[in-house]
Ligand binder design. Sequence first.
Ligand code: SF4
Ligand code: SF4
Length: 437
Amino acid sequence: MEKSAISRIPYDFNGFQTYVNHHDDPIYIFGADIVGKMVAELFKYHQIPVTAFVDNNKNKCHAPIGGIPVLHAPTIASHNKNAIILIASTYIADIIAQVEEMGFMNWLPIYKILEDNSDKNLESFLVGDLRFNHSGGAFTEDFDSFVLSNMINSQKKYLDPDRLYIRSIDLVISERCSLKCKDCSNLMQFYENPINISVEELQQNLEDLCAVADEINEIRIIGGDPFMNKDCDKAIQMAASYPQVNKVVVYTNGTICPPEHKIAAMAHEKTFVFITTYGELSRKSNQLGDILKKYNIPFNIQDAYGWTDCGDIKQYDRSEEELEQVFRFCCAKHFTTLTDGKLFRCPFAANAERLSAMPASNENYISIDGAAALSAQALQQLKNKARHYLREISSIPACNTCNGRTYGDPEIEPGIQTKKAIRYEKYDRVIEIKALS
Ligand code: SF4
Ligand code: SF4
C-alpha cells in the first residue's frame, strides 16, 4: 500500500474508531454492493454513523440501502473534502485515483477493518432487503463468503509493487453457447461456426499465464457456455492445480446440466459456480444446483440483470481523448481475458479479435505465448510489460469498435434471443510468419 495517502487515517479498526471518535467528518462507503453493505451494518453495530454510500453505477442510486442514502459518485465532488471515504471495491487503485481527483484524500481500504472484525460473522449482517441486488435478485450465502474473501485478498495484494497480482482472468474455453443473446457483451451472437478450445491449448495458456503472474485471485471459466465444451471439468481441474490461482469460477447460463460424474470431477476446494438464469430458458438450473450441493461445490444462482447496450460491433471515429474517456469509465476494463496466448483488457476486445471484427492492432493485447519457456530476465521484462498493460494504459484501440460500458448506462432487457448469427464486417488479418532463424 502507498504509505503517504494511507497514513492519513489509520486503517486498522481500533485506530479508525479512535480517529472517528475525535472527528465529526462525514463517512462515505464507496461501493454499494455486498461487502459495502457488510461494512455499513458492522458500523451500525459499533455505532459509527455512515453518511451515505457512493457508487459509480447510477442504477444503484435510486433507493437507500438499510436506511442509508446512495449517492452517484460525481455528485459528491462539491462535498466536504475532509469526508472519510472507505473504499469497498476490489479495483481499489481506480477508486483511489477517482476520489483523489475530486480532492478527497481521506480514503482508506476496508480490508483491515474486515479482518479485525472477522469474529463477528460478517455474512450474518446481511438479512432482509440487504440480501437483494439493485434489480431485486437475491444472492446465496456461498456468494457472501466468496465476495468477502475476494475483497480482502484483492485490496491487500493489488497495490503490492513487487508482485504481479491479477484480480481475475476470463479464460475462454468455448465460443459455443446454448443461448444466442442478441446483446451478449462477449459477442457470442456473431460467431457463425463457433468452436471449443482444446485442452492442450488451454493447458499451454495456463502454463504461460502462471509463469507471468505471481497470483491470480480468480480464473473465470467462460464461453459461450463453458459446459458446451465437454472438457470443462478438465479445464477446471487444470486451472485449480496451479498454486498461483486462488479460485476457479465457472459462469454458466443454467441451460445445461452436465452428467453427474462430470460435475463430481469439477469439485475442488477452489471451485465456485455462478449460474445466471434467463427465465424458462434456464430449465436445468435447479437440477444443476442440486447436484452441486450434493458435491459440496459452492454456487450462486441469480437472474440475469444489469445489462447495458454494449454487445454491438461498430466502427466509431473517436478522437484519442474520446477513447480515453470511454475506457476510463468502462466497468469492464479490468475483466482481463486470456485467449489464444494473448491477454486482453476485456472480453469484448478478446472476442472482437477472435472474430477479426476490428482493424488489427497489437496494442489491443499483450502476447504471453511461450512465457513459460523464457529466461528469468526475459520473463521479468514480460511481467513489467503485463503490469503496464493491465494497470497503466489509458485506452485500447478496441474501444473504437465498442459502444462502451460506462457505469450506470441505462439497463436493457437481458437475454433476448436471436435465431441466426448476426452479420458484421470482417477485417483482414496479416498472417504472421515467424522467422526460423
Ligand atoms: S450472454 Fe447469452 S449468449 Fe452470451 S454467453 Fe451468456 S448465455 Fe451465452
Ligand atoms: S470500452 Fe474498451 S475496455 Fe471497455 S469493454 Fe469496450 S473495448 Fe473493452
